[in-house]
Each structure stands twice: as C-alpha cells, then as structure tokens.
Design a protein around this ligand. Structure first.
Ligand code: RIB
Length: 309
C-alpha cells in the first residue's frame, strides 16, 4: 500500500463563532464555541486518512492535557503515530480561531511543541519514511525541518508537496523548486510575491512569477473562486468551484491538500485529484470545525454524485 507521510504540525483548535471581533479593551459575548484537533499537518493527515489513505504522521505534541487526546485522535483515523513524540515541559500547539458570520476565519497560532520538531525527528523516522510514496509539508514547524524533509524526499526519490502555510517570507524558494507540488492559497501567494491577488488574472500573474523561478507545479487554492494549476511544462488548468452554503471555512485548505494527496497517490492524475480536492474542500465548509467538517468516504461519494454535472 502507498503511504503518505505528513511531517508537520498539530494544534488544538479553539474556535469562537463571532458576530464581530471585540475592540481593544472590550469584552464581547460570542454565540458559540467549538474545540477540536487541528493544525495544518494534522488536518491534512486526517483528511487523507478519512478517505482511506495509509498515513504516517511525524509531529510533536506537548507535555500537557491535550497531548494524549491528539495522539488518540490520530489513532482513531488509523494514522501511524509511531513518530508522534512528546516534548517535555512544553505546551501543545494551540490555535484560537475566530469565524465571522460570513463564515470566514481568522487564526492565531501558538506553535508550542511544533517548534521542537527538528531534522533529527526525520532521521528517527527514516526506516518508515523511505517506504513512503509522498511527503506532505507545511510551515508551522521550523524551516530547517521543512528543508531537511525536502532533502530527504529528493534523496530517496519520494515526491514532495509543500503547502507554504502560514506564509513565511523567508522561505527559500530554491527549496520550493525541489518540491513536486507547491500549494499556497491566494493570501500566502500575495505574501510570497508581494503583488495584488484580487482577481483570478492577478493570481495567475503572481503564480507565474514563482513558476518562472523554477517551480515544477504550482496549485493556488482560491476558496470560493476555485483553484488554478500551472506547471513548468505548460499546464494551465482552472478548477471550477462548487457552489455551497458555507458555514465555516476553517481547515478547508487542509481538506483540499489531504484529499489531493490521497487521490494523487491512487491515480497519479493531477487534474482528477484537484477536482476531487475541490469538492472535498467544498463539503468541509458546509460544516463547522476543522477536522470535524471532513466527510467520510461514504459522505464524500454522496456529495460528489450530487454536485458533479
Ligand atoms: O488551516 C487551519 C488550521 O490552521 C487550523 O486547524 C489551525 O490549527 C491552524 O493550524
């Protein structure tokens, strides 16, 4: 069986559904709250696992009340937790998230133990990682670890997908060029190229700037505007969005990446995998929460039948 390795973050999501953000010095009542397991790496791992992928997670939890729950959560989806370790005297990563009435999210991250995921943790997992068929990365762990994972993938001929989230302006684009897929959303793209990304045309222009630096494939997720895929060998594909009634967009980008990774492993068909990913992410915004909002394979297939022309 092909295994996906997610080397990255996990967080505890503390999601407040708000009417508006409080002003400085103001105490404001918010209508509701949800707590769940999150973190971009963990979300991507769970999304893929819910679809049936074999997933191994390399991550660090803290030394606190959240740690065992996070590990149990991975295990409940069948994710291999052999390389999920506890960092002593450190808190787990947490993410206060605010969701507006228009379903848009604002996220703060406190990395906690994620800050301690180091290249040595990749070395420790080497025996399992060499057998993997895809390495999936994000930027909620130290850049040195991300670079080491890219080097590992290159050395062992394992394709690498890098989701540059959250955007880190210091990201060395040379490393991004050593990945097979570079998958920012439009906000991350804007930060990386420092150009406006209001229209699809502008997004494409910004993506071209990065592509011309030597990326293999850039996939830009654009939320309700769909997604675009541009490649070194001339692919220019627009993935139509699926119209849904959005409740909460938190974790939708991760849903997209986890689903894409799963179908890409199965089919090696990038366009088909992007179409599936776009639908999976659309499903996720119709429910509240991050991982809570990801459909099971049965729910996804039903949704797909309903929304595919
Ligand atoms: O992409 C959504 C995720 O970003 C949340 O689950 C939160 O934990 C932050 O990592």
């Amino acid at each position: 069986m092909k295994t996906i390795a997610v080397i990255g973050s996990n967080m505890v999501d503390l999601i407040s559904y708000t009417e508006r953000m409080p002003k400085e010095g103001e105490t404001l009542e918010a209508p509701s709250f949800k707590m769940g397991c999150g973190g971009k790496g963990a979300n991507q791992a769970v999304a893929a696992a819910k679809l049936g992928a074999d997933v191994v997670m390399v991550t660090k939890v803290g030394d606190d009340m959240f740690a065992d729950n996070t590990i149990r959560n991975f295990q409940s989806y069948g994710i291999n937790t052999q390389y999920v370790s506890k960092e002593p005297q450190t808190s787990s990563g947490v993410a206060p998230i605010f969701v507006s009435p228009t379903s848009q999210n604002s996220i703060l991250i406190i990395k906690g133990a994620n800050e301690f995921l180091k290249p040595a943790d990749i070395d420790k997992a080497e025996r399992t990682l060499v057998e993997c068929s895809l390495i999936v990365l994000q930027l909620e762990v130290p850049l040195e670890t991300v670079y080491a994972a890219i080097e590992f993938g290159n050395k062992h001929n394992i394709p690498v997908l890098l989701n540059p989230a959250p955007a880190v302006p210091e990201l060395d684009i040379e490393y991004a060029c050593r990945c097979d897929f570079f998958v920012p959303n439009e906000t991350e793209l804007e930060i990386l190229v420092n150009k406006p990304v209001e229209t699809v045309e502008q997004i494409k222009e910004a993506a071209m700037i990065l592509l011309n630096k030597g990326l293999n494939n850039i996939i830009v997720t654009m939320g309700e505007k769909g997604a675009i895929w541009l490649s070194k060998d001339g692919k220019d594909v627009f993935i139509e969005p699926t119209q849904v009634n959005a409740m909460d967009t938190s974790g939708a980008g991760d849903a997209f990446i986890g689903c894409f990774s799963h179908y890409f492993m199965q089919t090696h068909d990038v366009q088909l995998s992007l179409e599936k990913a776009s639908l999976f992410a659309a499903f996720s915004v119709t429910e509240k929460g991050t991982q809570f909002s990801y459909p099971s394979i049965e729910q996804f297939e039903e949704f797909e039948t309903k929304h595919t022309k």
